[in-house]
Ligand binder design. Structure first.
Ligand code: PLP
Length: 410
């Protein structure tokens, strides 16, 4: 007998399970709209041109220290550049760093988890408020960190937009001071619906008034609007809104640099200006480093080397912006293509949301039964919430997908 016979089997992660089912499908017609990764018009992965250039440069430099350990905190130059990408705007070149403690993480997931562990250990929030719906890993991360979870009704199903009224009502009535609120900084996954700037302003005021701790998840900077600066507007607003407001930012370079498997990311903890004289941000940093050391010693270095190489060169940075424009431009073109075909087919329902939603995903509005049917009958793979990754669409399959949607909604 085994001492492990008592183990129950947890459900598989949906996005990766859908991807596995797609790979196992032998139909020549199969289409993968499940996983959130960028694909070219030929349906292939795309190493960004600027990433290839940085890789070539790193290869030529042939630095003998390239496989050495990073510091526990991570690569400090990478962290400064990563922080400035979020907190500095064109007018003020440097992100103010004396309030911010930054550490390198195992990409965005690791940043979310490190922040959750830090909060659970040191601030013991009564509850974390997670948007409904959300990236499903938020629930796993906060469960493993041991923090009680609540949800706020993020999405207005009828209006197909962010539901500020019900969000504010829920948090005002049910959240307590010291609770954490998870926020998608831009390109909300899975709905593709973000708060307006006016709603972000109200959100900052609500967090301040109620004593809540905002926790931004920034996984798609550059993918919502195509502009990295515009996509971190909400975070900069919170930063400048109230120098006392303390909050977290989990930053990922998976999508905007196409470095998915390299695990490049950072956690930034913004501390109150009131703690500056007593060195609060250094104490936060030391505690983050202590958690990192006990968990994985330090983050991997290849991805952060690439990001650093690009961000410190004005020329490569320009090229990165072009690459981002290319990716976000192709996604926008595919939204339009899918919309045009559904309208031409006179598919029942309204489809304007496919155009108005932003980022990598569209929340189609397909029901769970329709998702089941489209996968069974047409080999089109997507999440059961009806979320599709738009970048899985291309000129060769968009017609087919539109006809498949048309078939299952009739
Ligand atoms: N947060 C959100 C909302 C995401 O969609 C993702 C990836 O899909 C992540 C975080 C983390 O990704 P990674 O761990 O690859 O940086």
């Amino acid at each position: 007998s085994s001492r492990f016979t008592t183990l129950s089997v947890p459900p598989a992660d949906e996005a990766f399970a859908v991807n596995g089912a797609y790979l196992a499908d032998t139909s020549p017609d199969k289409v993968n709209l499940g996983i959130g990764v960028y694909r070219t018009d030929e349906g292939r992965p795309w190493p960004l041109r600027v990433v290839e250039r940085a890789e070539n440069q790193l290869h030529e430099e042939h630095d003998a220290a390239r496989h050495e350990y990073l510091a526990i905190r991570g690569d400090v130059e990478f962290l400064d550049l990563a922080r400035d990408l979020v907190f500095a705007s064109a007018g003020d070149k440097e992100g103010s760093d004396d309030r911010i403690a930054s550490v390198q993480t195992v990409s965005g997931t690791g940043a979310n988890r490190l922040g959750a562990d830090f909060l659970a250990q040191h601030l013991r929030p009564g509850r974390v408020w997670i948007p409904e719906p959300t990236w499903s890993n938020h629930h796993a991360i906060w469960t493993f960190a041991g923090v009680a979870r609540g949800t706020y009704p993020y999405y207005d199903v009828a209006g197909k937009c962010f539901d500020w009224v019900r969000t504010a009502q829920t948090l005002n009535e049910q959240a307590s001071p010291g609770d954490v609120v998870v926020l998608h900084a831009c390109a909300h996954n899975p709905t593709g619906a973000d708060p307006s700037k006016e709603q972000w302003e109200k959100f900052a005021a609500l967090c301040q008034a109620k004593g809540l701790i905002p926790f931004f998840d920034l996984a798609y900077q550059g993918f919502a609007s195509g502009s990295v600066e515009e996509d971190s507007w909400a975070i900069r607003h919170f930063f400048h809104y109230q120098p006392q407001l303390e909050f977290f930012v989990a930053q990922s370079f998976s999508k905007n640099f196409g470095l998915y498997g390299q695990r490049a990311g950072a956690l930034h903890v913004v501390t109150s200006s009131a703690g500056l004289s007593t060195g609060v941000s250094q104490a936060v940093l030391a505690n983050l480093c202590s958690l990192v050391r006990g968990e994985y010693s330090m983050a991997p270095r290849r991805g952060s080397e690439i990001v650093k190489t690009v961000l410190r060169s004005p020329d490569m940075r320009r090229q990165w912006h072009e690459d981002l424009q290319l990716m976000s431009g192709r996604i926008k073109a595919m939204r339009q293509a899918l919309y045009d075909r559904l309208v031409a087919l006179q598919t029942p329902g309204t489809w304007e949301h496919i155009l108005s939603q932003i980022g990598m995903f569209s929340y189609t509005g397909l029901s769970e039964n329709q998702v089941f049917a489209i996968t069974q009958r047409h080999h089109v793979y997507l999440l059961k919430s009806g979320r599709i990754s738009i970048s899985g669409l291309n000129e060769s399959n968009v017609d087919y997908v539109a006809r498949a949607i048309d078939d299952v909604v009739r």
